[in-house]
Design a protein around this ligand. Sequence first.
Ligand SMILES: C[S@@+](CC[C@H](N)C(=O)[O-])C[C@H]1O[C@@H](n2cnc3c(N)ncnc32)[C@H](O)[C@@H]1O
Length: 319
Amino acid sequence: MPFRFFAADPDSDDESSVAAPTTNENTSDPGDAAPFLPPVLHPLSTLLPTLPPNIAYNFAPTVPLLPRRAVFDTEMQLKTSDTQLSDLGDHDIRRRIYEGGLKSWECSIDLATYLSDTITTIPSKTLELGCGSALPSLMLFRKMLEEKKGGTIVLADYNLDVLKLVTLPNLVLVWGVHKGLIKGEEKGDFDAHELFSAEAFEKELKEAGIEVVFMEGAWGGDMNQLLGETVEGGKFDLVLGSETIYEPETAGRFTDVVLEAVVENGKALVAAKKIYFGVGGGVDDFVKDVEGRGSYSCHMVRDFKSAGVNREIVEVVRK
Ligand SMILES: C[S@@+](CC[C@H](N)C(=O)[O-])C[C@H]1O[C@@H](n2cnc3c(N)ncnc32)[C@H](O)[C@@H]1O
């Protein structure tokens, strides 16, 4: 059954297992789709003033648990604001308008947990494409804070509203846990107005050598060019993507950006469903596309058999 953002039970804690994305039937013809949004960079300092004064949160079932903004809280803010995303109706995705980033999807939980299990050295340059709630990057951010290890994380999502309403608040919640301002593992409210100072947060990250940059807009050549303004040459040690290859029309663009952004001896980790029924993409098509380009190979590093659709994490490296 397709996930309906606005039909979500506001009191439900079960926000973790969003099923395969389904597109809005009314815009299933590429000819009808809106134009792609151009990529734009947003430094942390320009997004921090948009942080909501209070953030209702719960914990995603990653291992270890990660805090994230509760869906009902995002929904409430959206309903009272005047953005394109206030008008999503009951669609989980509206092609080229909203691409699903307001909730955390199953594979992001897989990838965040995988990173926690396997990362021994924190990469100095990480890019997460189609980040949405950004659980994989949050896991790295958590480790950076804990281990006092610097690095750059670029968080890219199609929608600026997703970056403002979900990605940034989630980053602040992870910091809140690290500082002991959020205690326990129950849902609650984080009083950002009282407990959070943008200035102090930025100062602390700077002292720790942690840089976070946001990017909105569509995958494509322009994005790689702009990524060159975030890290040298636009090249990253680690490129992450979760539930980003569901749509055949854009999966190739995603792959273009990934392969262009991975530094020679770096890698990409892509977590996705084996197949996205009713939408078309999936892991097999992605692997075929990457390997067909000649210079890269793919290895499945973890798989998840489930009653529904199987999920995998694929590592992409240069041959
Ligand atoms: C299904 S959501 C997954 C979000 C998140 N990674 C997760 O697993 O919870 C797909 C993500 O890919 C991004 N996305 C989809 N199509 C895109 C495109 N053409 N250009 C840039 N981003 C896109 C969306 O903004 C969205 O965050």
